[in-house]
Design a binder for this molecule. Structure first.
Ligand code: HAS
Length: 553
């Protein structure tokens, strides 16, 4: 498949904006873990709290929002064109990129000038400069343009290929975008109707609980927007790198469809400790959270079977002999297996979080950053870094400058994150809070201090691993191409159990699954909003959309 030069370049710039943002974000990550361990003091000899929170905002927004969104949109363009063998609309590609870029620059200005030190969750009553919210809106609108482009391209493909099943990697693309679109409706309402008017001074006050609820409508499916492109790579690229096949294609399709259904109506599991929402609906969303873990459990079996198949094809035998024969020294395999291993622990800790009663022990403690550095911080982020090497090779014919360093940084990062998260989870279990530098806290015991040093060691190892990636990646960018990249083949894996003509047609009907997801969202969220409105209406100082007295005339 020939990818036009403009799309190669645009994808490259998506990657570059993402990776440059990540490089700033991870630097602030290092400073935080060192500050928490008491090794580094923001502002010299005293803790400068403002600087700590500004750094934390940069860390969260750049790593979790900017890096991921740019990388994912760029990567999915290539997957779309390669799997459908059909061109996207060039004008929309540019429009999306520049809208996202302008939005990012506006938000970055606000954070860098300390006008938006509100962390990546921007909970009110923390208030940011209007340009922060407007920038975030543009970033999302830009990604919606990319969705529109992808949907138009797929519809054209369907017209030209009546009766053909959507290729499985494209099913994954639709799942990513369906989840993202449904999720961003929540945050769009929060930002457009509440935060922007409030930050512009058009309304006097705001309802923090309503804003949090709308944020988490977005915030949890956001994690599957990060995860599903990694799954796309683990399902459709990794088995081929391992020298085998994807074990079951129909199961992969089912998994992506389950994510469309279950990703959104679970956000209240971030609000188990919030007042105002009844226990019944928290419990319902806790149950739905367990449902959304099911496709990941299916994934674990499907991927393990694919790995076993590859290991046996490579000559491994016996119960575990196949593990040894996997290509552990191949930088691409290392870059996929390391995040997969991290995700086993990330997933287990997610189930702990989701268990309503156990959540009371870990909520708002350091346990949570322990969980999400294993998930988004490694399962997603490291997979994206591996994909960026693969894209450089496929789009520009440039293999990594050092394959050894590319392999090393993946295992080093894995070691770093396991140490980091172990430390964070230990102190989290002891009740030590997250999102604070703890510099002057009197209640930290000797054992906790030790584990905070453990986290600092792990965080430093992760940072060194990232530096290795960064240097290797940029030398690769500037070196001469060594292979002809005119024909781009992402080399999607073949399947051992392929989809055949017997597959129920409904499994290729995305409109049906999205409609079902909307119904599930309404059923599970309507009572939650009813509770929130009932509990917060009329509270002095709180803003209710139903109270006209809140409008400044
Ligand atoms: Fe989570 C909080 C529950 C998955 C990210 N999560 C967070 C936050 C983030 C985050 C960023 O219920 C903090 C937000 C904040 O700032 O407050 N999470 C879950 C559950 C899952 C889950 C049930 N989370 C993720 C993923 C993330 C992510 C994925 C990012 C990408 N999470 C929660 C809850 C909270 C939470 C509560 C709120 C806590 C609180 O109180 O604040 C599930 O989706 C996890 C299912 C995963 C599995 C693992 C499957 C394993 C696989 C690997 C297979 C490996 C193989 C390798 C085969 C069941 C697929 C074999 C190796 C060989 C050598 C052969």
């Amino acid at each position: 498949m020939r990818i036009e030069r403009y799309l190669r370049n645009v994808t490259f710039w998506h990657m570059m904006v993402g990776i440059l943002s990540l490089s700033v974000g991870v630097t602030y990550g290092l400073l935080q873990v060192l500050a928490r361990a008491g090794v580094y003091k923001y502002g010299g000899f005293v803790y400068d709290t403002k600087a700590y929170y500004q750094g934390l905002t940069l860390h969260g927004v750049l790593n979790a929002i900017v890096f991921t969104t740019f990388f994912i949109v760029g990567f999915l363009y290539i997957v779309t064109e390669v799997s459908l063998k059909k061109k996207l609309n060039r004008g929309l590609v540019y429009l999306s990129f520049f809208t996202m870029l302008i939005g990012t620059l506006l938000a970055a200005w606000a954070i860098l000038t300390n006008n938006a030190t509100v962390l990546y969750t921007f909970y009110p009553p923390l208030k940011a400069h209007p340009l922060f919210y407007i920038g975030a809106t543009l970033l999302i609108v830009g990604s919606w343009i990319a969705i529109l482009n992808t949907v138009i391209t797929h519809l054209k493909w369907r017209k030209e290929n009546p009766g053909r099943l959507t290729p499985p990697p494209m099913v994954a693309v639709h799942a990513v975008y369906a989840v993202w679109f449904l999720a961003t409706i929540g945050v769009a309402v929060e930002v457009l109707f509440f935060l922007i008017p409030w930050s512009l001074g058009l309304v006097k006050s705001i309802n923090p609980e309503l804003a949090r609820t709308l944020f988490w409508w977005f915030g949890h499916p956001l994690v599957y927007f990060w995860l599903l492109p990694a799954y796309l790579a683990w399902y459709f690229i990794m088995p081929r790198v391992a020298g085998g096949k994807l074990y079951s294609e129909p199961m992969a399709r089912l998994v992506f469809i389950m994510f469309i259904l279950f990703s959104v109506p679970v956000g209240t599991h971030h609000q188990f400790s919030d007042p105002g929402i009844s226990n019944t609906w928290k419990a319902v969303q806790a149950f739905l959270t367990f449902m959304v873990a099911v496709p990941s459990l299916l994934t674990a079996f499907n991927l393990a079977a694919s790995l076993e198949y590859a290991g046996r094809v490579r000559g491994g035998n016996g119960l575990f002999g196949w593990i040894k024969t996997l290509p552990w020294g191949d930088y691409r395999f290392a870059g996929f297996i390391a995040p997969m291993i991290a995700f086993i622990f990330g997933g287990i800790s997610g189930i702990v979080n989701a268990s309503y009663n156990v959540n009371q022990v870990v909520h708002n403690t350091s346990w949570i950053p322990g969980h999400f550095h294993l998930t988004v911080g490694t399962a997603s982020a490291m997979t994206f870094l591996t994909l960026s090497y693969i894209l450089l090779e496929k789009l520009f014919g440039k293999k990594p400058w050092s394959k050894g360093i590319a392999t090393l940084h993946s295992y080093l990062w894995l070691a770093g994150v396991l140490i980091f998260s172990w430390g964070m989870m230990q102190v989290g279990r002891a009740g030590i809070p997250r999102r604070t530098h703890l510099g002057l806290s009197p209640y930290i015991g000797a054992e906790e201090k030790v584990f905070m040093i453990v986290s600092a060691v792990g965080g430093t190892v992760m940072f060194i691993a990232f530096l290795l990636f960064f240097v290797n990646f940029f030398i690769t960018v500037f070196k001469r191409p060594e292979v002809d990249s005119e024909e781009v083949d992402l080399e999607f894996a073949e399947a051992y159990h392929k989809e055949d003509g017997n597959l129920p047609k409904v499994l290729d009907n995305f409109k049906f699954w999205i409609a079902l997801a909307v119904i599930l969202i309404i059923v599970s969220y309507a009572p939650v909003f009813f509770d929130v409105f009932r509990a917060t209406y009329g509270v002095p100082g709180a803003y209710s959309p139903f109270s006209p007295s809140n409008l400044i005339r």
